[in-house]
Design a protein. Structure first.
Length: 126
């Protein structure tokens, strides 16, 4: 693999945790392997691996963008990642406040619902 792939896999493990990445890798098939390689290199190895902003800031941006674009399926995974990125519950609320103003209250409302559920699950598991 490439240096970008290796950097992507390292940051992916840092942000999502070994368990999540190991599970994703174990279920990878010939059908989704090219996609997994793409996101490991592009999303994780280029965007997330950049040192221009902190993981906390990147986490907040990612959550806001996911909510603003209606990509709600990814929100719980990135809420769980806040444990490793340093984004607090307060940071998440602030990100979703911006979504409410700039992208719409219904999207922010749904994102907050998912965040509350996920944080509750995380607290129960702790």
């Amino acid at each position: 693999m490439s240096d970008t792939y290796d950097a992507g896999m390292a940051i992916r493990r840092t942000v999502l945790g070994d368990h999540h990445v190991d599970r994703a890798e174990a279920t990878k098939t010939d059908l989704d392997a090219p996609f997994q390689d793409l996101i490991t290199q592009a999303a994780w190895g280029t965007v997330w691996a950049s040192d221009r902003i902190t993981l906390r800031e990147r986490s907040m941006l990612t959550l806001a963008l996911l909510a603003a674009t209606g990509n709600f399926d990814e929100i719980p995974m990135h809420i769980r990642a806040t444990v490793r990125t340093g984004a607090s519950k307060s940071d998440v609320i602030e990100a979703f406040q911006h979504v409410a103003i700039y992208a719409g209250v219904p999207k922010a409302n749904h994102a907050l619902k998912l965040a509350k559920q996920t944080f509750a699950e995380m607290d129960a598991d702790a």
